[in-house]
Write a protein that binds this ligand. Structure first.
Ligand code: CA
Length: 226
């Protein structure tokens, strides 16, 4: 599997190229948004690993450009740990996952494998699972093709669940997302928003159900109706 690494730190590039190589990926690397746009115009990659702090432009400029061109290549964003708002913005702009720096190579590889296992309809701008869709740019929810407007935090929870449709999303991911939106989130806040989202989806006639995986996180699955 070929991966494009967009990172300007030479030391990190050589570390990542080596690590990815040992895990069966082959990585090409570029150090600017401009070079990345040029390479992506001619080459198809299995995934893009994108640093946000690049010398010519913010990495999000590349992400925006890709999604505008309907390029649905999975994008994993690398962010500095103290910039939670970057992660939220990144996910909103169509990133498929993010990894805070510093990170362990094994985690990057695990995330890439998880991304590559996801079906195409769970990547990019319009996410669909069961009869539920979310336009991640317009923040509009659709249940059975009927438009619904959910509050911002419930929508953020839904987005995380949709992006991992069928797989468990760790509670930490929800906390990051919610903290990014408000700054003061209590310990049971995630449960509260999940509970509200469950009710909204149920009332709207969604055929998906949110399962609690005790001590780990949440999982969205299609409901079997008899
Ligand atoms: Ca950088």
């Amino acid at each position: 599997m070929r991966v494009l690494l967009v990172e300007d730190n030479a030391e990190l590039v050589s570390l990542l190229t080596k690590g990815l190589g040992q895990s069966g990926f082959s990585a090409d690397s570029v150090g600017t948004v401009e070079d990345a746009i040029n390479v992506l115009a001619t080459m198809k990659y299995g995934a893009v690993v994108l640093d946000l702090g690049l010398p010519d432009e913010d990495g999000l400029v590349l992400l925006r450009d890709m999604r505008r061109k309907h390029d649905t290549t999975p994008v994993l964003v690398l962010t500095a740990r103290d910039r939670v708002s970057d992660r939220v913005t990144g996910l909103r702009e169509g990133a498929d996952d993010y990894l805070p720096k510093p990170f362990a190579m094994e985690e990057l590889v695990a995330r890439l494998h998880a991304l590559l296992r996801r079906p195409g309809n769970l990547l990019g701008r319009l996410l669909t699972f069961g009869n539920v869709s979310l336009d991640t740019e317009g923040r509009q929810v659709f249940v059975d093709n009927a438009a619904r407007t959910f509050p911002a935090r419930e929508t953020a929870v839904l987005e995380i669940l949709l992006r991992r449709g069928g797989h468990v999303a760790p509670k930490r991911v929800f906390e990051d997302q919610l903290f990014g939106l408000s700054g003061d989130v209590g310990s049971n806040a995630v449960e509260v928003y999940v509970h509200r989202l469950r009710k909204m989806l149920g009332d709207a006639g969604a055929n998906v159900r949110i399962h609690t995986v005790r001590g780990v996180g949440y999982l969205m699955a299609e409901e079997k109706r008899g």
